[in-house]
Design a protein around this ligand. Structure first.
Ligand code: XIL
Length: 330
């Protein structure tokens, strides 16, 4: 079968896969990834807490090794993530209130982008900074600061990233804007307003990453999602689906029925997304089902305890019906 990256390329898009640290050292996984994808991202290794557990003693060993592996295989490398509230080194926490750590945050983003200049082709500069439920100005997330930071912090992060590597595509990455349930409508409005505000302040923001952690029990409206992507595109942003997987909590039946539900849901989502010409690619958040982060997430657990099948490859590395849905959508 034609690899997914070729299906993507035929549509002018890219296809990537996220690797766990152990995947980057496993020849079989690397062979599969090199066959199917044109790019990779590490699910952990480039996060701040992984790099700088000890203050001023950054350890780039594992991240550098993955960057070398990618280069040797001709795979593009995405950077994930510059600043994420859930990957803050413990030593930074006491300084997070009152903007005292802002300079360190901007410097961290700068240093990461600079180190991998020319080797990382795009960066999630900011990850998950919106949270309308926090009722903070502009819908910014209060964590990890206690209250929302000044927008200037985020403008500065983008400016520092641009200066550090003028050729890297810079993303604002976020979740919970895909569906028609929970607070997704509020999150969409919030993300649009934030993009507008960042651009108005001159932030060099090139693209929006839409995580796309999907669940079959969340209602999906193709029309609403397409309109939303059109609005983002209208603000001058490219769009990538950056952390795609499909959780089937609640779907009953045997494996075949579950796989069908996952594939059908994915197909509706991807068809809507790929209708928007500014969508430039898709990244699946993992390679094989068993390695998915969702297997460890309480909210994603199935009542029958069966493992999820949220990725394009099963545990033996065989293509799943989700693979076929992705190929058909491209
Ligand atoms: C997850 C990884 O998959 C896990 O291995 C890690 O322990 C925690 O982070 N949204 C994101 C990703 O932006 O960084 C998260 O990745 C999944 C949710």
């Amino acid at each position: 079968p034609t690899p997914l990256r070729e299906h993507a390329r035929a549509r002018g898009m890219r296809f990537g896969l996220a690797l766990r640290p152990e995947d980057g050292e496993d020849p079989r996984t690397l062979a599969l990834v090199t066959r199917e994808a044109d790019s990779i991202v590490s699910d952990r290794l480039f996060k701040w807490a992984s790099i700088e557990a000890e203050r001023d003693r950054p350890d780039f060993t594992a991240a550098d090794a993955l960057a070398e592996e990618a280069a040797a295989r001709g795979l593009g490398l995405r950077g994930h993530a510059g600043f994420w509230y859930r990957s803050i080194p413990a030593w930074l926490r006491p300084d997070l209130a009152d903007g005292r750590a802002n300079g360190l945050i901007v410097e961290h983003v700068r240093a990461m982008v600079a180190r991998y200049r020319g080797r990382i082709f795009e960066w999630d500069v900011l990850n998950e900074v919106i949270e309308p439920d926090d009722r903070q100005p502009l819908g910014l997330r209060a964590a990890p600061f206690g209250r929302a930071p000044d927008l200037g912090l985020y403008v500065d992060c983008f400016a520092a990233a641009r200066a550090a590597d003028p050729h890297a595509r810079l993303y604002l990455n976020d979740y919970g804007v895909e569906c028609d349930s929970d607070n997704n409508a509020a999150r969409r409005t919030c993300l649009l307003k934030l993009v507008e505000a960042l651009k108005a302040r001159g932030a060099p923001l090139d693209a929006i990453g839409i995580q796309s952690h999907l669940a079959t029990n969340r209602r999906f409206s193709a029309r609403i999602f397409r309109d939303f992507l059109g609005e983002l595109a209208g603000l001058g942003c490219a769009i990538k689906l950056t952390e795609f997987d499909v959780c089937d909590t609640g779907v009953r039946g045997d494996t075949a029925a579950r796989d069908r539900a996952v594939a059908d849901y994915a197909r509706r989502f991807l068809d809507a997304a790929f209708d928007e010409p500014r969508v430039i690619g898709l990244v699946a958040w993992g390679v094989r089902d068993g390695g998915s982060w969702l297997q460890q997430e309480a909210w994603a657990r199935r009542a029958d305890g069966a493992p999820l099948r949220p990725l394009p490859f099963d545990d033996a590395g065989r293509r799943t019906p989700l693979w076929t849905a992705i190929a058909a959508s491209f």
